[in-house]
Design a protein around this ligand. Sequence first.
Ligand code: NAP
Length: 287
Amino acid sequence: MIKKLAIFGVGLIGGSLAKALRLAGVCETIVGCSRSEEHLKRAVELGVIDEYTLDPATAVGDADMVLLSVPLGAMRPLLEKIADHLAEGAVVTDAGSSKASVVAAAKLAFGEVPDFFVPGHPIAGREKSGVEAALADLFVDHKVILTPLPNTSPSAVERVTKMWEATGAKVQTLGVEQHDKVLAATSHLPHVVAYSLVETVSETDCVDQIFEYAAGGFRDSSRVASSDPVMWRDVCLENREAILDSITEFQANLGDLKSLIETSDADALLELFAHAKKVRDQHVTNS
Ligand code: NAP
């Protein structure tokens, strides 16, 4: 299905896609490209990619599919480096966690967003990064959201859809703005809150004891604060407005909850917790 796939950023997401496509036997050759030769050599040693280059233009020279799975802040410089070197008929896609910023980066790099560029985002991940953390089954039964634009070529969307489906993922499409709003609430806000929760605890004078006795609740709620700081800095900067809206709503809710505790309003507290439990139980399975 894919003759040569060029992956920029052979980390958790790029490495997992490479492993999954190998397992599915749908890709002839995979070339990796990033900044560190050591990381790329390791990816070859692990059998995740076939070959590597440090030169973006060389990486895309004869690739029929190109994936950008680098931190959001690195998307535009990379797109600028490959824009004039893509092979005829190549499809370009990305895995970035916010979409409006990547679309804007593509527009700046190419002059207009090309019809062969398919913005994408796999809704799968873990709080570990780098090629060593890559898993062949990371995307199985997970959603991948594509956010094609009105001018995006249907055949390019179809090729990217087939690529992700070969990993076991379920592909859906959303509008760019809708994606960024939904993901700000469901993924970006929880990460911001987890980082803030750990910071709050780390500023107390009994931090060691707190972590010593941190059982399920703190461990579960703070798990994603072990995620890559560079990635989350970039997500906050690149999906800024939607994340700020989510934080504002969260602050208002937390303020309401604080007032109920201050006034010892048992009935209202019970009602709030029961409502939140009902909503979560309705929507989140297997937990
Ligand atoms: P990762 O494991 O840290 O891998 C990122 C890779 O990008 C590294 O291999 C790094 O290799 C390369 N890289 C970093 N900066 C670069 C630059 N300036 N130029 C070229 N290469 C660069 O990160 P990841 O978790 O796979 O995330 C990759 C993308 O997927 C991000 O856009 C993120 O928003 C998105 N995403 C992540 C998750 C998640 O849960 N982690 C989920 C969905 C989507 P070198 O050090 O060799 O340059």
